[in-house]
Design a binder for this molecule. Structure first.
Ligand SMILES: NC(=O)CC[C@H](N)C(=O)O
Length: 298
């Protein structure tokens, strides 16, 4: 079935444009495509370029949220909301009206607060994330792409502005440059569809990790999936629910992690993005996937 999906989306490969506000991402061929599925037993299947590493970008926000929630009570929710923003992932417009409290943890502003919280908990937030991702994917070679990190850090005016703005409301605990550095590093981690599907599997498995231990409770996993559904694709979350019908988190590297609760995690990658920053062929592939399997949650 995954091979069939590769064929079905072939005409869409190359549609859209690779993100260019981070120059190192603009160099990737937008026509590439891969898909992988990890089931609850940790079996993984793939088609296309499913073992090629790419920049996970905002998909990292799901994992940092899970790590923060695993390490604390619910106090994070005093600093970040749980409502769809209806705005672009890097928008500033709601922040002044809402006194420095970002709408949700998956837009940049909210993810920067989550990273700030993870720094307070563990210090080296991106290192902690990398250790988690290596363990879940079984791939000890996962690493930060230093070229992408440097490129993003050199073009971070907007994320710096957002973080300073939230700091002016007292909603940032660590020095802004440190929060930015850790955020850029987490976004610049390279993973393949295979790695991502395995790393996201715990969200399909009600919070239980590869080794059988619990990262987050069943209730927390349910809630993270709910926020992925309502906020994971930014101002296209309604359209994503309409077409795909499962929780999903996209990144401007062209990847999308989708969760079918109780069944599997699916990762797709194709760098050509639509205007809202979601992979054109990736969304289409997930649309085919839930149609072929009947595994939409609706
Ligand atoms: N949507 C995304 O993937 C955005 C992540 C990117 N690192 C940024 O902060 O702009």
């Amino acid at each position: 079935m995954l091979e069939r999906i590769v064929e079905e989306v072939a005409p869409l490969r190359g549609a859209g444009v690779a993100a260019d506000y981070i120059p190192a991402l603009a160099r990737v061929d937008p026509g590439r495509f891969g898909i992988a599925l990890a089931d609850l037993d940790g079996q993984v299947h793939g088609a296309g370029e499913w073992e090629t590493a790419f920049s996970v970008q905002s998909i990292s926000k799901v994992f940092t949220l899970a790590l923060v929630l695993a390490g604390t009570d619910e106090s994070l929710w005093r600093r970040v909301g749980r409502e769809p923003s209806g705005n672009a992932f890097n928008s500033l417009t709601q922040l002044e009206r809402e006194r420095g409290i970002p709408r949700n943890p998956f837009i940049n502003a909210g993810a920067l607060i989550v990273t700030d919280e993870l720094i307070s908990q563990v210090g080296d937030a991106s290192g902690d994330l990398l250790a988690f991702l290596r363990a879940e994917s079984g791939n000890p070679d996962l690493r930060v792409d230093e070229e992408v990190a440097a490129s993003e850090a050199a073009h971070a005016d907007r994320n710096l502005a957002v973080t300073h703005f939230m700091a002016s409301y007292g909603n940032v605990r660590n020095p802004v440059p440190e929060v930015l550095d850790q955020y850029v590093r987490q976004c610049s981690i390279e993973m393949s569809c295979r790695d991502l599907a395995l790393a996201g599997r715990f969200l399909a498995a009600h919070g239980v990790r590869r080794d059988g231990t619990e990262l987050v409770t069943n209730r927390q996993a349910k809630r993270i999936n709910a926020i992925m559904l309502t906020c994971g694709t930014y101002d296209a979350a309604g359209e994503f629910a309409y077409r795909v019908g499962v929780p999903g988190k996209s990144g401007v590297g062209g990847g999308i992690l989708a969760i079918v609760p109780g069944r599997c995690a699916v990762a797709v990658w194709s760098p050509g993005l639509d205007v809202r920053g979601n992979s054109v062929a990736g969304v289409a592939a997930l649309d085919h996937f839930t149609t072929l399997t009947g595994w939409s949650i609706f």
